[in-house]
Write a protein that binds this ligand. Structure first.
Ligand code: SF4
Length: 168
């Protein structure tokens, strides 16, 4: 037991990355300020999956955990496009999903924006173009910003949201 505790003290804490923590804190602070300034402190996002492998959604789920805690910054994922300011679109725009994505976009009250996430909706080489794939999403919707990656990490998604907020 003593051997274990000696080793534990010698190694220190291995699960924290202080560099990432500080970088993230700076990004989060700016996001909070931008949301306050441009969306009166509350930005509602409707996530729409147009035919993804679900890895992009899994990374987005991590944004709700206590470490990233997007809601603390004033950004909320909502269940209805009617309550949203922004559509966050993942997936390859399958033949079957494309009309539903367009319908969801039509239901978002103006002013509204579309952010695509992952390489799929930008058709950046993940799949071959076939009759069943209608990507890139920009052929169907006015895409305001794109977050690259396959899938993008939670940090990359947060950075992407900040880039979007700076842009508008
Ligand atoms: S971009 Fe990659 S991770 Fe995201 S849905 Fe497409 S294949 Fe999956």
């Amino acid at each position: 037991m003593i051997k274990f505790w000696n080793k534990r003290l010698e190694l220190g804490v291995l699960t924290e990355n202080l560099e990432l923590d500080n970088e993230l804190k700076a990004i989060q602070k700016e996001i909070k300020d931008q949301v306050k300034k441009k969306f009166a402190g509350s930005l509602a996002i409707r996530m729409v999956d147009s035919g993804s492998c679900n890895a992009c959604e899994a990374e987005c789920n991590a944004l709700a955990n206590p470490y990233y805690d997007l809601e603390r910054l004033g950004i909320y994922f909502v269940a209805s496009p009617r309550h949203a300011d922004v559509m966050l679109l993942s997936g390859i725009m399958t033949f079957n999903m494309t009309p539903h994505v367009k319908e969801a976009y039509a239901q978002i009250p103006a002013p509204k924006w579309v952010i695509t996430m992952g390489d799929c909706p930008a058709m950046e080489g993940v799949f071959e173009k076939t009759y069943a794939i209608k990507a890139p999403a920009k052929d169907h919707l006015p895409v305001a910003h794109h977050i690259k990656g396959c899938p993008p990490s939670p940090k990359e998604i947060i950075e992407g949201l900040l880039e979007f907020l700076r842009k508008i």
